[in-house]
Design a protein around this ligand. Structure first.
Ligand SMILES: Cc1cc2nc3c(=O)[nH]c(=O)nc-3n(C[C@H](O)[C@H](O)[C@H](O)COP(=O)(O)O)c2cc1C
Ligand code: SF4
Length: 400
């Protein structure tokens, strides 16, 4: 095995957490929590992943409150899921000794299709606006958070983190990217506030940094906090790399243990983080709501723009952030082939997160350790990503 693959498959510390290798499962919202409760399918999915040799799996898009969900099949971190989540995490650890489990702490902000919310009347973001996702389900408008809403939101992050530690998670990943709640505050495209939470970068970062601080003080130093952020929003008037470097430095100074640098905005330009085949056709096939179908036909080609796939597509930009921070760096984005994994290791990234390569082959690590000629087989067709709301959730159709 090459020196760099050896590095990838050797133990390493994530903050204070020992990991058996440097390969982590990326957060991929699984769509396997019917009614918001983690189900057997979710457990089976992560069982396959941990049995395949990764050091840490990540349960995708666990929201801090019911109204932070994009759809009502998403899990939110609350008492109602304590028992199934505790059981599931314990089972994963028993199955693969030494494996760690992380969860992505998320909030959709103003990007929700839920019409009847629990606490709120309508989804809230930094500023008032049109909620494109909710238009088809009868929730076309989003409101602006008051200062009290912001304080409440920060508390939901702290409570979610406390809950995660209690049910057995080993780490948490705060979602600061992809155009969801905290990302909406960071981006000047979506944050048009004129108070202390809008305008300058310092102001736009106030809420994300408060959320980070609240999470950190809830869980303490021995529980690593990762942050997934955008290097570009992929939209005009949004965040781009020069500002993203400053954003990364602020998270670094705020005490983040590790940064995962991605990009793109789910509501405007998600192909920035997927690359490869457009999601438009697959989403149309999955969609039964006639208004949503019409919307997809009208704006599908503008929303799902052409971003050809190439290996390690975020590497050059991520290196620029790596050079400016002291925290650990987790590479994400198109690390499918072993030569790409070697390159990421050679560039000094501490860890790599894999999304689609592990959906295609949960045994990636075992296979790659046994065979230096290993080929993963993911074609970046992105069909898995069009199945997040399909019955049973995501899978790779190439495997069936
Ligand atoms: C099915 C699917 C679901 C995803 N869900 C999430 C999510 O919940 N949160 C997130 O931050 N990224 C999500 N992503 C993006 C991945 O985490 C990752 O950034 C992207 O797939 C690029 O990595 P890869 O080339 O290793 O797949 C998802 C990706 C896929 C394919
Ligand atoms: S459906 Fe399978 S081959 Fe296509 S992108 Fe997803 S994991 Fe890769």
């Amino acid at each position: 095995m090459s020196e760099m693959l050896d590095r990838a498959f050797s133990p390493a510390m994530l903050g204070a957490l020992p990991l058996k290798n440097r390969i982590l499962k990326a957060a991929t919202y699984e769509g396997k929590s019917p009614g918001g409760v983690p189900g057997d399918e979710l457990a089976r999915f992560h069982r396959e992943i941990v049995a395949g040799g990764v050091a840490m799996t990540t349960i995708g898009f666990c929201t801090t409150e019911a109204d932070g969900r994009i759809n009502d099949q998403m899990m939110w971190l609350h008492e109602g899921v304590r028992e199934p989540l505790t059981r599931m995490i314990a089972e994963l650890k028993a199955l693969a000794p030494g494996v760690k489990v992380s969860g992505q702490i998320s909030h959709c902000g103003n990007f929700s299709k839920i019409r009847k919310m629990q606490r709120l009347k309508r989804p809230l973001g930094p500023s008032r606006g049109f909620n494109m996702l909710g238009a088809a389900s009868g929730a076309p408008f989003a409101g602006a958070m008051t200062l009290a809403d912001i304080d409440y939101l920060v508390k939901t992050y702290a409570d979610a983190a406390t809950f995660m530690k209690a049910v057995g998670f080993d780490a948490a990943e705060i979602h600061f990217g992809h155009g969801y709640g905290l990302s909406q505050f960071i981006s000047p495209k979506t944050n048009r506030r004129t108070d202390e939470y809008g305008g300058s970068l310092e102001n736009r970062m106030r809420l994300p940094l408060r959320a980070l601080e609240a999470v950190k003080s809830a869980v303490g130093e021995d529980f690593p906090i990762l942050g997934k952020m955008n290097m570009t929003d992929g939209v005009r008037d949004g965040v781009h790399l020069p500002e993203a470097i400053e954003i990364a430095s602020l998270f670094d100074r705020g005490g983040i243990d590790a940064l995962i640098c991605s990009g793109g905005t789910s509501s405007y330009n998600p192909m920035v983080y997927f690359r490869g085949d457009s999601l438009a056709q697959g989403m149309l096939e999955q969609q039964s709501n006639p208004i949503a179908r019409l919307g997809l036909k009208l704006i599908g080609s503008r929303m799902f723009r052409d971003y050809p796939y190439y290996e390690n597509y975020f590497l050059e930009d991520a290196k620029k952030i790596r050079d400016r921070v002291n925290c650990q760096m987790v590479y994400i984005g198109g690390c499918t082939e072993l030569s790409s994994l070697e390159q990421v290791m050679k560039e000094g990234f501490d860890f790599v997160q894999l999304g689609r390569p592990l959906i295609k082959d949960p045994n990636y690590v075992k296979h790659a350790m046994a065979d230096p000629g290993y080929k993963n087989g993911c074609t970046h067709c992105n069909r898995c990503a069009t199945l997040i709301e399909a019955p049973g959730g995501i899978y790779c159709p190439l495997n069936r």
